[in-house]
Design a protein around this ligand. Structure first.
Ligand SMILES: *Cc1c(COP(=O)(O)O)cnc(C)c1O
Length: 360
């Protein structure tokens, strides 16, 4: 069987050329006579891999020199604790609740200080991004937290919240490297790479240097202290070597595609094909307020659970995998990350049109 069109929300589709290269290098990485999986993280070969990966990421995102790039483990979920542990000096933080991931981060942070939910879109099943232009930011807030792209619900901030001068912390797991961003607007940008960048097991955190200090909450584990990782260039202990190696290849691939501005254009064109169809379809409809639609995760429904199930089953048989919506919301979701070719979205829409005609 050949490769399918994989619409998984994560772990998700990776560029085929990256997988082929990795396959070619599997047994003998560049004349070392071993796989990257088998080599010391202190070796010259791996040192080149991690340094090149960081340099390419800095280049792609235009990351200023006063930001550190960390390659970490523990998933995005571990950062839900690491962020308050490292950033809470006043033990106060403001969270904007736009979905399950933001809510989990909020709940975890609540263990460490006074955490305020200053806005939420839970009243409408997280189908929109609240107006964040003039929120009641706490005077002594150590930071304001957002989940920038809501993987489960398919919403994305089109403008960042007005934090009234407070440090912005953003979980970008599902929109990482999907478009250019202005890094200087953030104190911490982090994400699990298994959505749009690489294999599960790596978290990338981009942190402004003044936020990396010894002044962390009492009891913060050595491994969760950003300064430990920053002082050791992500090599305090064994990093997720193979995952970092694949991320590095994806960074090269992104550069070869023209960088993040070019990716944004491609992603907009891809998403438009699907959203335009959803807007004209009599059977399928999108679930998100139009102005808040994500370019990466596109949820939709027929309005009939049985028909949804039939669609998912027939789509799978036709080679469109992982279109089932998140277990908490049902319906369908097509995740169309960087590595999903436009052809995959075109074929999906063709299939949806056919299904609509057959089930009208
Ligand atoms: C998937 C996801 C997470 C959780 O990631 P893990 O690496 O599994 O902990 C957190 N935030 C967002 C936005 C996600 O999409």
């Amino acid at each position: 069987m050949g490769r399918v069109y994989n619409f998984s929300a994560g772990p998700a589709v990776l560029p085929e050329s990256v997988l082929r290269e990795a396959a070619e290098e599997m047994l003998d990485y560049k004349g070392t006579g071993m796989s990257v999986m088998e080599m010391s993280h202190r070796s010259k070969a791996f040192d080149d891999i991690i340094k090149t990966a960081e340099a390419d990421l800095r280049d792609l995102m235009n990351i200023p020199d006063n930001y550190k790039v960390l390659f970490l483990q523990g998933g995005a979920s571990q950062q839900f604790a690491a962020i308050p542990m490292n950033l809470m000096k006043n033990k106060v933080a403001d969270y904007i609740i736009t979905g399950q991931w933001a809510k989990k981060a909020y709940q975890e942070a609540s263990k460490y200080g006074k955490v305020n939910a200053i806005a939420s879109s839970e009243d409408k099943t997280f189908s929109y991004i609240p107006d964040c232009s003039d929120l009641p930011i706490s005077e002594d807030a150590d930071y304001v937290y957002i989940c920038e792209n809501n993987t489960i619900y398919g919403t994305k901030y089109k403008t960042l919240p007005n934090t009234k001068g407070k440090t912005l912390v953003a979980d970008v797991s599902s929109c990482f490297l999907s478009e250019p961003i202005d890094v200087t607007k953030y104190g911490v940008i982090y994400g699990g790479v298994q959505k749009n960048v690489g294999p599960a097991g790596v978290v990338i955190a981009i942190i402004r240097e003044d936020l990396i200090t010894d002044d962390v909450l009492e009891g913060t584990p050595t491994m969760l202290k950003y300064k430990t990782q920053a002082d050791n260039d992500s090599l305090y202990n064994t990093p997720p070597c193979y995952g970092i190696y694949i991320c590095g290849k994806v960074f090269k691939w992104l550069k070869s595609m023209g960088g993040l501005a070019a990716m944004k254009e491609k992603n907009e064109a891809k998403a438009k094909i699907l959203y335009d169809f959803l807007d004209e379809s009599k059977l399928f409809k999108g679930t998100v307020r139009k102005e808040d639609r994500s370019l990466m995760n596109v949820p939709f429904v027929t309005g009939n659970d049985e028909l949804d199930a039939k669609f998912i089953k027939e789509a799978k048989a036709a080679g469109f995998e992982n279109l089932k919506g998140h277990r908490s919301v049902g319906g369908m979701r097509a995740s169309i990350y960087n590595a999903m070719p436009q052809e995959g979205v075109e074929k999906l829409v063709e299939f949806m049109k056919k299904f609509e005609a057959e089930n009208a």
